[in-house]
Write a protein that binds this ligand. Sequence first.
Ligand SMILES: [Zn+2]
Length: 621
Amino acid sequence: MVNRAKEVLTSLLRSTFRPKENVSPSAWVEREIRLDAKTSNKPGRYSLRHTPYLRQIYDDVANPRIRKIVVKKGAQLGLTQFANNVVLYYVCNFTFPALMIMPSKEAAQQFCERSLTPAIYACDALRPYLTGNEDDLKKTEYLFTSCIVRIIGAGSPSKLASNPACLCIIDEADKMEDFGSQGEAPALELAEDRTISFPTDKKIIVLSTPTSETTSVIQSQYLLGSQSKYFCKCPRCEREQVLKFENVKWPNFKLEDGSYDLDRLEREAYYQCNNAECQARLTEVDKIEMVRGGEWRNTNPKSFPAEIRSYQISALYSFNITWGGLAKLFILSKDDVGKLRNFYNSYLGECFEQRAATIRKDDLDALIKDSPYYLKGELLSKPDVVLMAADTQGGNFWFGVEAVYPDGTSSLVDWGEAATFEDLEQVSRRQYKVRGAEEYHGIYKSLIDLGGNRTSQVYDFCIRTAFRFIPVAGRQERQGLYAPVRETTVAYKNYNLPALLINDKLFKDTLYLSCIKERSGKLLLAADCDDELKIQLSSERLAERKNSRGIISAEWICTNRRNHLGDVLKYLEAFKFRLEPELKVRRQAIAANEVNAVKELPKRQYALATEVRQYRADDWG
Ligand SMILES: [Zn+2]
């Protein structure tokens, strides 16, 4: 407490956020940063001529009125170099600690090795701040005479929680799944906590390609801010415009077999000015002139731009990829929803939301055909874990059992109907044989739906089975669940029951769009799937819905009231998602041949099991 109070006091007593040198960050980086031939395709003095849109974003770093800078970005725009340069500028101009968070430990190490460390040695301005002791430049932690800089990977929240920082850069905020799956506190919140001791000087920089509208961190941050877009002038008509992919045009170069002549398409694609009276065909040469002459405009007048400056920029502005190159990438992606989503997210820097889909029996037949051959009741090989889920109806239950394998795939092993709680418990004790081997595996745990008016019966059942069954309920975002899954406890009789809340829409998307429609290869089905299963898995449809304020969203609608096995598989998707971090640890332990650790793991490592062990020992039966 004393230290903390001292920290706060010190930061308040210090002068406000003012750089040592009276020179703008953009001018500073162009003067001081050298790129070497090993790490850059443009070696020599760093120049904003290649990335003119970054100038204002650099200068925001020294603007004391801006607390947070958010960049929702496409690929090839130089933002990683930007993060690197901001760190160097900061070391030379400020004295507070800095923190950078990358999506993984590996990404953090790679960034330090390939980018930051070489840049530190190449920068003359930074030399006076080196301590002279090489040990002070550790792999991912750098001690300078002015300040300390730490680069960490997501997935180490405890480490994160211990380091205060005045400058905090979060790279690829949308890829930090490790934080999200632990419950409510996403990476950004943890990072914001780090800067709390520097209320007047803090600077948070969030960079990321977006993911889906509903779960994207960068999208929600972007919407809070100024929503600045980069406007360029058409060199013919001078109309100012934001570059949009629909204005990239290409002649129809279809070959006889229906495929495209991609090389020709790439060469001859062009950008069409969006002024209907001009429609000039603009080239890559025009692009350089347009982007160099462009400027950022705030498109969200209701925001508080002094607090949050948010930017969106797509690869259409990049000098490293041509408009034709993007057109080619689009053609290669357009027939595959997964690839198309990646094109939208990673190149256009936009969210991609599928708004309509119908699951048909054909989709399931195609998925069965794609799966390796196995029959109901068989495991394909030794699984990481076997999981079960049950859907509670007024007079019966539907259940499903899935095996999760080390390669990240899972197969539906067993499914059906159970009449009573006792029958359901019998099912949970079944053993499944590995195909072609004398090896059997049982079920680790089961989720059970809280089922409308049978909630207290379900709770009693969970207690009676010593939590071999864990209650689960689906939630919507409008009910306040923003995390994919949240572990919670329910006070019932003398117990605090563990329970899982899951994001309904998200896991229906995963099941129906990704696993079934796009056949991502993650879910496998048995060759002898029966018609009942196929009917129940094809009874939902994704459709657009407009709310009272005219905002369109997509929702899953059940078409025939027979979607119970669909719900079961949805719960299994959520269960797998929740256990993935622990399964990953276990796989790594197996890979490292820690045999003893592996034996112990199922009870010791799964958080849900740990939580259950906190209940009274005599409840274990
Ligand atoms: Zn024009």
